[in-house]
Design a protein around this ligand. Structure first.
Ligand code: SAM
Length: 221
């Protein structure tokens, strides 16, 4: 894994453990999926879940918007296999797993109604290029719902999270995967700047300086 040495992709075992651990937090995925629904106004929308991981957010989006097609992009085959399994176990939905990276999204220009991305940004080697790519694949006035770990989250509170995860049976690798990501995370101001420099208007920017995460909603100009 070697997160801070910038080797970001986890092995299959950690991916499986991450998926199992995160299933305990469906409320986090449900609340984000409701925001995605609020900002998706088209019928039969095509929604990109960038850095979909084991697809737990995609599942909740499909429950909220059953006529949507969700395209889950991730560089890890194992994550995509888990995502496919999790979506198909939850209902008859349209889910397209696509192997790829944010820096070169393997989708055509202006084909996506809404993009959602949750906690994937720390692993993007070229964030600015990735924001330009999101701009390229979105239809005009398409929106992005972006949830990110907060670089400004105080270190002593992060220590509390680490202990909590270990007590909650996250296991050492999953705990490290989450905690180390903060060292690569961005501040809310930095993410706002990525949006502004890539041709987006910011509609909402929610979060406080010392909260563990924040959400930004932006629209393609
Ligand atoms: C912490 S997981 C979050 C997964 C999912 N979004 C969730 O919230 O459950 C980060 C995901 O981003 C993926 N990832 C890493 N580098 C990426 C990149 N350059 N482009 C897209 N996804 C990437 C990882 O493989 C992993 O599945």
């Amino acid at each position: 894994m070697k997160l801070c040495g910038r080797e970001f992709l986890v092995d299959d075992k950690t991916a499986e453990e991450f998926a199992e651990y995160m299933k305990k937090f469906s409320d986090l995925y449900i609340s984000l999926s409701k925001i995605v629904k609020k900002h998706t106004v088209t019928s039969d929308p095509r929604i990109l879940d960038l850095g979909t991981g084991p697809g737990l957010l995609s599942v909740e989006i499909l429950r909220q918007i059953p006529d949507a097609t969700v395209i889950g992009v991730d560089p890890l085959k194992k994550m995509l296999a888990l995502a496919k399994e999790n979506v198909y176990q939850s209902g008859e939905y349209i889910f397209e797993p696509v192997l790829g990276i944010s820096e070169k999204i393997p989708l055509k220009d202006r084909t996506i109604d809404t993009i959602v991305s949750r906690f994937s940004l720390p692993y993007w080697k070229q964030p600015h290029e990735s924001f330009l790519e999101m701009h390229r694949v979105l239809k005009p006035h398409g929106r992005i719902i972006f949830e990110a770990l907060n670089r400004d989250f105080p270190k002593w509170k992060l220590f509390g999270i680490k202990i909590g995860m270990l007590f909650n049976s996250a296991g050492r690798d999953v705990t490290r995967y989450h905690v180390d990501a903060y060292q690569l995370a961005h501040t809310q101001e930095e993410v706002e700047m990525f949006f502004k420099k890539s041709g987006f208007d910011i509609l909402e920017s929610e979060g406080k300086k010392n909260e563990w995460k924040f959400i930004i909603v932006a629209e393609k100009k």
